[in-house]
Design a protein around this ligand. Structure first.
Ligand code: F6R
Length: 643
């Protein structure tokens, strides 16, 4: 029976500490099933998914095979889906994915593996889909199906509109799904339009269903699937009612569930200062009254009577939360010299501070905290902007080509060639040719990646100049995990941690700004954040670390909700305008296909809106009215060391 706080949840949901913990439970269950069946001389039929989500499960299964002798000889697998039009050896095909991530590392017989074919002719599709369904049935049906969830709410490639009894078939991919896959395919234009997928009905026939989700980008769709009414517009919600379905999510993917977001509505709450602040700010928002106008009746009528008993009366509570919120606002993100800092987010001393701003890719710093970086610099802090990866994977070919064309023109202009080596123009032409001859979603050559990296460096420099930030203070780390990898295929190593630890050691910062703690652990931002935690663990004994504060910015196009904010830095209209002008410099980040969706907004628009709306949120609860705000959450060193 569901516990009180889970009363709104229509699917049993396990909130795990992180994806590894969840993966080890899921892989452990699969391993137990394999053992049990092997003992009885029977097969196990697994339904498998691709994408970032199941990767930690596959890693764990491979480990269990290698270290613990788990055999896959009695395992039969059926994958959920495959892109239509991709050959088995295409780098982004799900055939490739599965062989690279799981099958080739274990002893599964080749004939036991089934992945829908991506190379059928239209006329063959129907018969193939029927045979796929029949093969599942003939194998005894799916014993254990693992699932991820797309931001559209899809399971497999059952996009919104898929019916409960749909079976394996050819489907059209949703535009959001194609956008999410654009990075893997090195451009949205390369993402197939169609896929073959098991149907919702096929999935529902599995005896056990486990859906996993990591990272904040899945939080709202997880909430809708778990707490919303089952409906075909959100296919994952159709899993409700299955006799053995469970969701495994990490803390950030669980953030929108009522028991996490509004715990006072579902049960007894352990009131601590942050939860109190969250509740009062939520109340102020819900009843649309500034904090200082909230009354006893507002608390009582909105499920917060218990809070009044704990820390009332309303008058006192209002004042406490008003002051806390007020004290998060500062125009001095590096601390105000010679000021009483007892109610300021950052300490006054030492001053000026050494500040290290870490971004996973060159653009996050300015888009997320350009105004703050500008202020820090202006107010005398030493600011280093460090980019952990070159970001070259996100640069479209046309921008690289423009740069190369510029190189050839430059050579003509300056009669650049000297000596016998290849001239600048020849060098550019070779790379240009390799781009021209590249097949769709084929990886770039090393030289092309370098050129694309230069494109991003230059964008980052142009943006910094607009904000009067010294370009000499920009550090491009080009971490090896990224340079050697491809999306969903990043393998971080000690080399990466070394590079970061070395930077920390060199800078000995008093403040570090970082993001990525809420990201999918397999994404670039997620990998970078974990590397940072590892690097901090490595240097933790050094004296300066104890004197260092870590501030987290939320991510591109995002700001923290009010109750999470520990430091809010207001921007004047002029400062916001400069920041937006700086964001225009990131040409590689602009949508290549603006005609794709009418609702599409460029990142500078998102930035402008989110900074303005954070200011509006402050205004609405009764604070001063600012043009825009950038927000930060303080991270305890202990939490970093533990993550
Ligand atoms: C993959 C699949 C999809 C993914 C979903 C989430 O076989 O069927 O439903 O599970 O798109 O993708 P990731 O895990 O990459 O976020």
């Amino acid at each position: 029976m569901a516990r009180e706080e889970e009363q709104f949840e229509r699917i049993p949901t396990h909130i795990c500490r992180n994806s590894e913990e969840a993966a080890s439970t899921v892989a452990g269950e699969i391993a137990a099933l394999i053992h049990e069946r092997a003992k009885a001389g029977r097969n196990v039929v697994l339904g498998l998914a691709t994408g970032s989500t199941p990767l930690p499960v596959y890693r764990e299964l491979v480990r269990l095979h290698k270290d613990m002798g788990l055999s896959f000889r009695n395992v039969i697998t059926f994958n959920l889906d495959e892109y239509f039009g991709l050959s088995d050896d295409h780098p982004e095909s799900y055939h490739q994915f599965m062989w690279e991530r799981l099958f080739k590392h274990v002893d599964i017989p080749k004939d036991n593996v089934h992945v829908p074919s991506g190379t059928l002719s239209r006329s063959e599709v129907y018969a193939f889909c029927e045979s796929y369904e029949k093969a599942i049935e003939d194998a005894g049906g799916l014993d254990y199906q693992i699932l991820g969830i797309g931001r559209t709410g899809h399971i497999g490639f059952n996009e919104p509109g898929s019916t409960r009894d749909s079976i394996t078939r050819l489907v059209t991919l949703d535009s959001l799904t194609r956008l999410d896959a654009a990075r893997d395919f090195l451009g949205e234009a390369n993402v197939p339009l169609y896929a073959i997928t098991m149907g919702v009905g096929t999935i529902l026939k599995a005896r056990k269903l486990v859906l996993m989700a990591w990272g904040q980008s899945k939080a709202s769709v997880v909430q809708a699937a778990v707490e919303g009414k089952p409906n075909e517009n959100l296919p994952a919600s159709l899993l409700q009612g299955h006799p053995d379905v469970r969701f495994f999510v990490d803390g950030t993917a669980a953030e929108e569930l009522i028991r996490v977001k509004l715990p006072w509505l579902v049960g007894t709450v352990e009131w601590d200062p942050r939860t109190i602040r969250k509740a009062v700010l939520w109340l102020s928002n819900t009843v649309k009254k500034p904090i200082l106008k909230l009354q006893e009746s507002d608390y009582n009528e909105n499920g917060l009577g218990d809070l009044l008993i704990h820390s009332g009366p309303a008058y006192d509570l209002n004042i406490i939360v008003f002051n806390q919120t007020q004290h998060t606002i500062t125009g001095w993100p590096g601390g105000k010299p010679d000021a009483d800092d007892s109610h300021r987010p950052e300490r006054a001393k030492p001053f000026p501070k050494r500040v290290l701003v870490l971004s996973a890719e060159p653009h996050e710093d300015i888009l997320c905290m350009g105004g703050t970086a500008h202020r820090l610099k202006d107010q005398g802090s030493e600011v280093t902007l460090a980019y952990m990866t070159s970001g070259n994977l996100a640069v479209p070919d046309n921008l690289a080509k423009q740069t190369l064309a510029l190189m050839t023109e430059l050579e003509d202009e300056m009669a650049f060639t000297k000596g016998d080596g290849p001239s600048l123009g020849q060098f550019a032409e070779v790379i240009l040719k390799s781009i021209e001859e590249k097949k769709d979603s084929e990886a770039d050559s090393e030289s092309t990646r370098r050129i694309k990296g230069f494109v991003r460096r230059n964008e980052a420099r142009d943006a910094a100049r607009i904000l009067n930030i010294d370009t000499d203070s920009q550090a491009f780390l080009d971490l090896p995990f990224y340079e050697k990898g491809r999306y969903r295929n990043f393998v971080a190593s000690d080399e990466d941690v070394d590079a970061l630890a070395k930077l920390l050691e060199k800078e000995k910062p008093h403040q570090i700004y970082i993001s990525g703690g809420l990201a999918d652990p397999g994404s670039v931002a997620g990998v970078c954040y974990r590397l940072f935690c590892e690097a901090i663990r490595r240097v933790k004994r050094l004296g300066w670390v104890k004197d260092c504060r870590v501030w987290s910015y939320r991510g591109v196009g995002q700001e923290w909700p009010l109750f999470e904010i520990d430091m809010a830095v207001p921007l004047s209209p002029g400062e916001l305008a400069s920041k937006i002008e700086a964001s225009f410099q990131y040409r590689s980040q602009r949508s290549q296909y603006p005609f794709r969706a009418a609702s599409h907004r460029e990142i500078w628009q998102e930035t402008d809106e989110i900074n303005r709306s954070t200011a509006e949120a402050y205004d609405a609860v009764g604070m001063a009215e600012y043009e825009a705000i950038e927000s930060f959450k303080g991270i305890e060193l202990a939490a970093l060391l533990d993550s």
